[in-house]
Design a protein around this ligand. Structure first.
Ligand code: ZN
Length: 206
């Protein structure tokens, strides 16, 4: 267990830092003890939350720094069918600095996602199925990642944070739901079933 002292406060939507465009990190600054310590603190904060990604603006630092980890322990509440449907597998811990994201192909997939800075709610967000990210790792070495499915969703969500964009900006707004109601009514449903339950009432206007 990480010491509690290394867990940082996660800022919530409405904090202006989440709406700023984060600045790139110079390689020299990345190497400083302050930033290297911040990476460890962000990792511990993500794990404690728990979450599968955390961007520096979420802990109040407007810099282009992201940590990601999707370990099997986080998949416990999903059935093998749901994991396959989401194309979700293990992603080891890693760090992305100054990432640039390019959407590959034109496939779009819908899934419920949440955000540690939009605590207590989840929402359906359409995302590109496949993306390519170029970035630096924590040592300043270039890395290129091509990802499909859930990992591509995490990458899009975290890179959005660095541009001041939150998942609620991209959501299907009628699907916004408390985490409690998601668990009660929607967790076992397919996306089509969710749209049937929450979509526009028959005869309603857009
Ligand atoms: Zn988020």
């Amino acid at each position: 267990m990480a010491p509690a002292a290394s867990v940082l406060e996660i800022v919530q939507t409405g904090d202006p830092v989440l709406r700023q465009r984060a600045r790139p990190l110079a390689v020299e600054e990345l190497a400083t003890p302050r930033i290297q310590e911040l990476i460890v603190q962000m990792r511990d904060t993500m794990r404690a939350a728990p979450g599968v990604g955390l961007a520096a603006p979420q802990i109040g630092e407007s810099i282009q720094l992201v940590v990601i980890e999707d370990p099997p322990q986080r998949h416990g509440e999903l059935t093998p069918e749901q994991l396959a449907q989401r194309e979700r597998g293990e992603v080891p811990f890693h760090v992305l600095v100054n990432p640039t994201l390019v959407i590959e192909g034109d496939e779009v997939v819908e899934a419920f996602e949440g955000c540690l800075s939009f605590d207590g709610f989840v929402m359906i967000v359409p995302r590109a199925r496949t993306v390519r990210v170029e970035a630096l790792d924590e040592r300043g070495e270039p890395v290129v990642t091509t990802a499909t499915g859930w990992y591509a969703r995490i990458l899009q969500h975290e890179c959005d944070h660095l541009a001041g964009v939150l998942c609620c900006d991209r959501m299907e707004s009628r699907t916004l739901t408390t985490a409690e109601n998601y668990a009660r009514h929607l967790r076992s449903k397919t996306i089509d079933e969710v749209h049937a339950l929450l979509g526009q009432p028959r005869g309603g206007s857009k």
